[in-house]
Design a protein around this ligand. Structure first.
Ligand SMILES: Cc1ncc(C[n+]2csc(CCOP(=O)(O)OP(=O)(O)O)c2C)c(N)n1
Ligand SMILES: [Mg+2]
Length: 214
């Protein structure tokens, strides 16, 4: 959107940008995880980092940082109101604006994610000598097919619970890498569970009921 962020007026062509960019598959999952981690942070005063492996989920990371107020604290011109929201939308992936991916200028970002595969490795690095920290790493199911990520399932072996923090890998099985099916999402759940157990993890499955019951 270039303007009319709250759709107070009927949507017109000049409210939108002329070119559209991005693929959004990961963003609903990132929103879901970000919101629920914030609940834990507030409930337990927990020190926590959110690591978004799929950097193309930049819209979700930026939007959540804005919704919780962090974004406006850092970027005063993008305030927590309708005008700020209009600027947030306008600047996204726009000349003179901000990148479409999680990027150095994204609040809290220490993982760019544009080159997929490093979520778990970066998450492990972030908790070394930080025993109070939990880093939650969202891993795309397409990202999980990269070599670096496939090898990273072992990385918890390098963590010492006495001196280091904890890493919580969250495998986002939305079924696709852009438009193509993913191996881990097509695998029977029991097989996936055994695979992750073999790497030394104890998997919990959070599933959403298919409204079409297909
Ligand atoms: C190493 C690497 N290979 C390929 C790409 C191109 N690419 C960007 S997003 C994407 C799909 C990733 O799938 P997933 O992590 O499941 O994200 P989703 O499609 O579900 O949003 C690919 C292949 C990339 N960014 N990095
Ligand atoms: Mg996916």
């Amino acid at each position: 959107m270039r303007s009319n962020p709250l759709l107070r007026e009927p949507l017109a062509a000049d409210h939108t940008k002329s070119g559209f960019l991005g693929h959004w598959g990961t963003s609903p999952g990132l929103n879901f995880v970000y919101a629920h981690l914030n609940r834990v942070i507030r409930r337990d005063a927990q020190e926590m980092l959110f690591m978004a492996g799929p950097g193309h989920g930049g819209p979700a990371v930026v939007a959540n940082a804005w919704l919780e107020g962090t974004y406006s604290e850092i970027y005063g011109q993008v305030g927590p109101d309708e005008a700020g929201m209009a600027e947030l939308f306008r600047q996204f992936s726009y000349p003179g604006g901000i990148p479409s991916h999680a990027a150095p200028e994204t609040p809290g970002s220490i993982s760019e994610g544009g080159e997929l595969g490093y979520a778990l490795a970066h998450a492990c690095g972030s908790v070394f000598d930080n025993p109070q920290l939990i880093t939650a790493a969202v891993i795309g199911d397409g990202e999980a097919e990269t070599g670096p990520l496939a090898a990273s399932w072992h990385s918890h072996n390098f963590l010492d619970p006495a001196a280091d923090g904890a890493v919580l890998p969250i495998l986002h099985l939305n079924g696709y890498k852009i438009a193509n099916p993913t191996i881990l999402a097509r695998m029977p759940q029991e097989q996936l569970e055994q695979l992750l157990r073999a790497y030394g993890h104890e998997p919990y499955f959070v599933t959403v009921k298919d409204p079409d019951n297909t």
